[in-house]
Design a protein around this ligand. Sequence first.
Ligand SMILES: Nc1ncnc2c1ncn2[C@@H]1O[C@H](COP(=O)(O)OP(=O)(O)OP(=O)(O)O)[C@@H](O)[C@H]1O
Length: 299
Amino acid sequence: MNFDIEMHRVTVKYGEVEALRNVSLKLLHGKLYGLLGRNGAGKTTLLSLLGSFLEPTVGTVRIGGMEVFDNEKVMPWVTFVYDSGNRDEHETVKGMLEAAERYRPTFDREYANYLVKRFQLPLDQPMKLLSKGQQAAARVTVGLANRSPITILDEAYLGMDAPTRETFYQELLEDHSRNPRTVILSTHHVSEVEHLFEEVVILHQGSILLQESMDQVLECGAMVTGDAQAVDEFTAGMQVLHTERLGGTKRAMVYGKLSENQLLEAGRRGIEIGSVSLQHLFIHLTEEGNADGVRKDLS
Ligand SMILES: Nc1ncnc2c1ncn2[C@@H]1O[C@H](COP(=O)(O)OP(=O)(O)OP(=O)(O)O)[C@@H](O)[C@H]1O
């Protein structure tokens, strides 16, 4: 079965609120995708379409060419991990794993047992009695051990402390390289996870701002530092996302790949060209006013 994801001109409305607007997206099977967006950008809405929790108001959502919503042929192959609260959950960790084993064709019991030990989870405790971080680790344990061809992790780290998040990221990376599948990781902790992503999708105000491989995304931004006047002259006509000044020195973040000639020109002017992290690029791309310029560039 082919597990490529294809969304075509998808709009989702909650009453008057348009959470997604005319979104088209293709995610090829097997990669680790990062889904980024500010609060309310539409990430959970987009992921809920893939998890069959939601039907698009307009447009189509397909996995392997099949419509997703309420489709029994698709649902067993998609795992959606999100913060479900677990406040009323009487089920134990052991019970959750047994249920996953019954329902998920690709569930790996041995790996689940390993993760239970790795996260030090109490098997016989009802979920509702676990701490928030333990609940998150239990959900991630099921989510990873399901080994579903499409695994969605929607802010799955919520409640985990820093060392537990680190364990989660390590396990995700190692397991993904051993068992490649489509993983979509939505997160606000961009700097913690950017090394994991093979491809990045940025949603902004309900539509796609950017979809690129991680390498291409990082090539889209540069930090230009030097004498303030030289930096102003050098960046004239470029899309400047952000500037900072320290005395006579200026630092400008520009969007767009610099040409060989521009790099030589920077050298002549004594300007330093540095790289930009995904976190910084994301913050400034989605700042008021910047996104429209980027969209224009892409169109
Ligand atoms: N059930 C709902 N009813 C009405 N509006 C909703 C509903 N769910 C989401 N929305 C609205 O849709 C928009 C997108 O919400 P969504 O939860 O998809 O964003 P998000 O990117 O996941 O945000 P966050 O990072 O804050 O979790 C927001 O304006 C939100 O208020």
